[in-house]
Design a protein around this ligand. Sequence first.
Ligand code: IMP
Ligand code: MG
Length: 186
Amino acid sequence: MEASANIYHDLTRVLVTREEIKEAVSKLGKRITADYQGKAPLCVGILKGAIVFYSDLIREIDLPLRTDFMAVSSYGAATHSSGVVKVMKDLDMDISGMDVLIIEDIVDSGVTLNFLKGRLLARGAASVKIATLLDKPARRRVDLKADYFCFEIPDEFVVGYGLDWNEQYRNLPDIGVLSPAIYEKA
Ligand code: IMP
Ligand code: MG
C-alpha cells in the first residue's frame, strides 16, 4: 500500500486547530505555574503520544521543573484499549517526596492513568496530578478525573499533535478525526 501524499486526506475533519492548541497549552502552562508556586514538580511524560504536547507545555511552565518519561502500553495497533497496562520503560529517578505531574495525550477509558497514578503514589510521591491534552469522558471505565485538560472531545478516534494510529500521524500539527476507512481496512 502506498502512503497518501497528503496525510490530511486520511481525516474526516480537523477537530482542533494548531492555533487553538497553542492558545490552550499556553493557558494551561500559566495555570500550572500558578498552582505549583514554590514547588519544583517532576513532569512525567507518557511516551510516545505525549511527546509533542509535553515539549510545548513544559516551555510554558515558569518553574524549576524536572523531566522524566515512562512508556506504557495498553493498546497495540487497535483503536480500543485492551485494559491491560504494561510498563515498557520506567522512571529513571526516585520520586519519593516529589510533586509529580503526569503529562499525557488523552484520557480515554482512564485505565492507563488510573494504573500509573496508583503506582506513583505507592512509591511515595508527595502528590500526583494529571495534565492531559484531550479528555474523552464518554468512554471512561474507571473513576478518574484529570486535574488539568485542554480539550474535551467526543467519542471518535483522533490523531495528530503526537497522537497516533499504528505509529502514524503523530507529526500532524492539528488534531483530526481519523477516517474509519483507514482502520477498518487494516
Ligand atoms: P486509556 O487507558 O483507555 O485511557 O488509553 C489511553 C491511551 O490510549 C492514550 O495514551 C493513547 O495512546 C490511546 N488512545 C486513546 N484514544 C485515542 C485516540 O482517539 N487516538 C489515539 N490514541 C488514543
Ligand atoms: Mg497511542
